[in-house]
Structure formats: C-alpha cells, structure tokens
Design a binder for this molecule. Structure first.
Ligand code: MN
Length: 232
C-alpha cells in the first residue's frame, strides 16, 4: 500500500444504547416527502409511484449534542425531524421479510436543510445538494437496537425549538414504511452495515436562527439535540 498524501478525518460513529461498540456511519440515504402533510406544506401532492431519495455525505454528519455554526449561503435554514434506520446486514433486491431483518437499529436524526437553496435548485430542475448536503447537516442521536425498540403506528415523533413544539406527528403517517423503503432502495444499491436511511419528516418544518436549541424525539428512542451558534 502506498502512503496517503494526507489523512482524512475519521468517519463519525454513532453510540448504540447499552453497547460498548459504536456504529460507524457509511452512506446516508434520505427519503423525500414521506409524510403527506409535509409534502402538502412544500407544495406537493403525495404519490404512491415510488419513494425517492437524496443523499448526505458521511463527513457532514455530527452527533447529538453538537453546537455548530449557522451555515453559509442561506437565509432560511430549516430543521427536519426524522426516524433513522441503521442497516445491519448486506441486502440486495430484498423482499419485505429480508428488508425487516436487515434493520440493525433505529435512532432520532435531524435532516438540516438550506431550504432557500433546495427550493431554488428544485425550481431550476437542478440537484438538491447545496440545500441538503451541507457541513454539519445531519445529526444522529444514539441508536437503539431492534431487540429493544420497534416503530408502532402510534409512536409519536416531535421536535421543539427553544422548548416550543414545532413538529408533532405519529409514525402512522409514514407513506412508505421501513420495509418498503429498504426493499425499494435495495433494488438500486447493495445496502450494507453502515448505511443509514432517514425516513422523511412530518409537517411543521421551519427556520432556525443562531442561538436556537433544536430538540427532537421519538417515543422510546434517545432524543436528538443541536445548538446553533453564530455564523462564521
Ligand atoms: Mn428530510
């Protein structure tokens, strides 16, 4: 092996409740418009044709509890509270049973978004990367293994800013369920351990400012928190 010209930062790894080992973050897939009320607030009708995705880069992920600067290039920086699914075994073209067995753990996550850039690029039929794949733009809370938690229809998902509730829904509202997402996505990628899937956000997204504290929760999972400091 030749020497590397320079070294890269270590990829982040997410703690797992009750375990000494951590879950290294590989790829991050995000489902778009997976709650009808959120699709409506973004000006879209929901369809059941197929789920769609965008990605976030692993080096852009941070752990819950981080304080990060308000990002450059935006005047409309939004939170999105989401259920994250951590893949635990290799899976390709999975049926629904195999898809369910591929889940290793679940966790709370924030899909932070430069909404003005996302909408601008979307309207020009350009990719969403500037709006979505930003530095510190995805936040992971500690994971909980499937043996200890599973999503129920009445499981509440919520988010507050400075203690004021902004998103409040249940997982029953998910348009594409976990096994459907894994089954579909695994038709296009060889999913493997380290892959995390953010399953979309409920209604109530909105802007945050420097100084704000964002806290999200899903019943039974570890909460996720992010604090915004002044722009650099
Ligand atoms: Mn999202």
């Amino acid at each position: 092996m030749p020497d590397s010209l320079f070294s890269l930062p270590d990829p982040i790894a997410v703690p797992v409740q009750g375990q000494l080992s951590v879950y290294p973050v590989g790829r991050i897939f995000c489902v778009g418009r997976n709650y009808a009320a959120h699709a409506a607030e973004m000006g879209h009708e929901v369809d059941r044709d197929a789920p769609f995705y965008f990605t976030k880069s692993a080096p852009n992920a941070v752990l819950s509890g981080a304080t990060v600067p308000y990002p450059p290039g935006t005047e409309n920086f939004h939170y999105e509270m989401e259920l994250a699914v951590a893949v635990g075994k290799p899976v390709f073209r999975a049926g629904s049973a195999e898809a369910r067995e591929a889940v290793y753990a679940y966790g709370c996550a924030l899909d932070m978004t430069r909404r003005d850039l996302q909408i601008r690029e979307r309207n020009k039929q350009r990719p969403w990367d500037l709006g979505k794949d930003l530095e510190n733009g995805v936040v992971f809370a500690p994971l909980t293994a499937v043996a200890d938690w599973s999503p129920k229809d009445n499981t509440r998902i919520h988010l507050s800013v400075n203690g004021e509730i902004r998103q409040d829904a249940t997982l029953e509202e998910l348009i594409w369920k976990i096994d459907e997402i894994i089954s579909h996505l695994s038709g296009y990628y060889h999913l493997r351990p380290g892959d995390l899937i953010l399953t979309g956000t409920p209604a109530g997204v909105g802007p945050v400012q420097a100084g704000d504290v964002i806290e999200g929760g899903i019943d039974g999972l570890q909460p996720v928190q992010l604090t915004l400091s002044a722009a650099e």
